[in-house]
Design a protein around this ligand. Structure first.
Ligand code: APR
Ligand code: PHB
Length: 390
C-alpha cells in the first residue's frame, strides 16, 4: 500500500489527524494494534478546552459534542470543609471548558472516519518503522497472520506511551524527562446523578478526591490511593465511604452512591520525550508526553499537537512549504511544557505526599491559602485550566 501519511495508533490523536488530513485531501492510513471495541473501552478524562472543541468542529465531529457536551463556567476547590469557587468564566474574560468524555470523542471520530471511507486497519500486529531517513518510509505489520507494508512520505507516531514509534528514534538523539508520583488514582464511573453541577477538586488529609461527571446522569469520581493498591479490595461500599469522608459535609450528604460500572487504578506520571520529530517520523499525543490527570490536560495536549502537525503536513502538500514541519517539535513542545508545568503544579498543590516533611506541608497549606484567596493566583489557575492559546 502507498500513502502520503501512515498514522500509527487509532486513539484520539491518530483518528483526529487522519480526519483533518483527509478533509484537506491528504491521503493517509491508520494502523491500530487493538480492536475498535478495545480502544473504546478505555475510560479517560472528560474536560475539553475550547481549542480542542474548535478543532473537533473543524474536523466535522462536533455535532454530538455541541448537543451533549456540558459547558462548565467554573469548578470548586475544597480544602478541609471550605469550598472555594474558581470562576473560570469571570477570571478569563468569558472562557469555559466543555465536559464530554474521551470515549465519546473517540467514538465520534471513529464514526466520522468510517463515514468518509478512511482506511483504519484494526488488529495490525508487530507494527515496525523502517527507512525513516530514506526516500520513502516504510511501515510493516501483520494482519490475520499475513505480512503487509505501507510505503509513505511521513509517519505520525500516535501510538500512546507504550507504542513503538518513540522507540524508532535512536537512543542517543532522544531525551526523556520523567517524574513518577508516589500515589495513584482510584476511579469509579457510575450511573448516578453527579454530586454537584460543577467539578469539585478536594485537598484532604486522607488524600485528594475529585468529583467529576460524564453527563447529568453519569458520575465519575476519583480518590487518591497507593499506587500498588489491590483493586479487588476496593468494594463499591468501601469506595463510597472513603469518598464521603474526604468531601465537605454538604457534598457528602448529597452524594448519590450506586454500582460502579467501571473501576480502575491509574498511576500518575509526568513524562516528555524530546525531540518530537526524527527524520520522516513525527510523534504526537501520549507517544511523546504524559501528564498526571489533575487538570485533565492529556487529551487537550493531544489536540494541540494534532493542530500543529495537521497544519504542517497540509502546508507541505498544499503549499509546498516545510517550515511548519521543521518547526513542529519546537512549536509543540513549547505548549507541552506549559501544560506539564500546570499538571505537575495542580497535582502537587492538591495531593497528600507520603514523603512530605512538616515544612513541605506548611508550604502546601500556604499555597492553597494563597490560590484560594488571591484573584491574581486564581486568574493564573483559570487561564491554564481553560487552556493556553495554540
Ligand atoms: N501499533 C499500533 N497501534 C498501537 C501500538 C502499536 N505498536 N501501540 C499502541 N497502539 C495504539 C493503542 O492501542 C491506542 O489505541 O495507539 C493508540 C494510542 O492511543 P492513546 O493511548 O489514547 O493516545 P493518544 O491518541 O495520543 O491520546 C491521548 O489519551 O491517554 C490519553 O491522557 C491521554 O487523553 C489523552 C489521550
Ligand atoms: C474526569 O472527568 O475524568 C476528569 C476530570 C477532571 C480532571 C481529571 C479527570 O482533572
Amino acid at each position: 500500500m502507498r500513502t502520503q501519511v501512515a498514522i500509527i495508533g487509532a486513539g484520539p490523536s491518530g483518528l483526529l489527524l487522519s480526519q483533518l488530513l483527509q478533509l484537506q485531501g491528504v491521503d493517509n492510513v491508520v494502523l491500530e494494534r487493538r480492536t475498535g471495541e478495545y480502544v473504546l473501552g478505555r475510560i479517560r478524562a472528560g474536560v475539553l478546552e475550547q481549542g480542542a472543541v474548535d478543532l473537533l468542529h473543524e474536523a466535522r465531529v462536533g455535532a454530538r459534542l455541541a448537543r451533549e457536551g456540558l459547558a462548565h463556567e467554573g469548578f470548586d476547590i475544597c480544602v478541609g470543609d471550605r469550598r472555594h469557587r474558581i470562576d473560570l468564566k469571570g477570571l478569563t474574560g468569558g472562557k469555559c471548558v466543555t465536559v464530554y468524555g474521551q470515549t465519546e470523542v473517540t467514538k465520534d471520530l471513529m464514526d466520522a472516519r468510517a463515514a468518509l471511507g478512511g482506511t483504519v486497519v484494526y488488529e495490525a500486529q508487530d507494527v515496525a518503522l523502517h527507512d525513516l531517513g530514506g526516500k520513502a518510509a516504510r511501515v510493516t505489520y501483520r494482519r490475520d497472520g499475513k505480512a503487509a507494508e505501507v510505503v509513505c512520505d511521513y509517519v505520525a507516531g500516535c501510538d500512546g506511551f507504550h507504542g513503538v514509534s518513540r522507540g524508532a528514534i535512536p537512543k542517543d538523539l532522544l531525551r526523556n524527562y520523567e517524574r513518577v508520583y508516589p500515589f495513584g488514582w482510584l476511579g469509579v464511573l457510575s450511573d448516578t446523578r453527579p454530586v454537584s453541577d460543577e467539578l469539585i477538586y478536594v485537598h484532604h488529609e486522607r488524600g485528594f478526591a475529585l468529583c467529576s461527571m460524564r453527563s447529568m446522569t453519569r458520575s465519575r469520581y476519583y480518590i487518591q490511593c497507593e499506587f500498588d493498591e489491590d483493586l479487588e479490595e476496593w468494594t463499591d461500599d468501601r469506595f463510597w465511604d472513603e469518598l464521603r469522608r474526604r468531601l465537605p459535609p454538604d457534598a457528602a450528604a448529597a452524594l448519590q452512591a450506586g454500582p460502579a460500572i467501571e473501576k480502575s487504578i491509574a498511576p500518575l506520571r509526568s513524562f516528555v520525550a524530546e525531540p518530537m520529530r526524527y527524520q520522516r517520523l513525527f510523534l504526537a499525543g501520549d507517544a511523546a508526553h504524559i501528564v498526571p490527570p489533575t487538570g485533565a490536560k492529556g487529551l487537550n495536549l493531544a489536540a494541540s499537537d494534532i493542530y500543529y502537525l495537521s497544519r504542517a503536513l497540509i502546508a507541505h502538500y498544499k503549499e509546498n512549504r516545510d517550515d511548519l514541519l521543521d518547526a513542529y517539535s519546537q512549536t509543540a513542545l513549547r505548549r507541552v511544557w506549559k501544560a506539564e508545568r500546570f499538571s505537575w503544579w495542580m497535582t502537587t498543590l492538591l495531593h497528600r505526599f507520603p514523603d512530605a516533611s512538616a515544612f513541605d506541608r506548611r508550604v502546601q497549606e500556604a499555597e492553597l491559602d494563597y490560590v484560594t484567596g488571591s484573584v491574581a493566583a486564581r486568574t493564573a489557575l483559570a487561564e491554564n485550566y481553560v487552556g493556553l492559546p495554540y
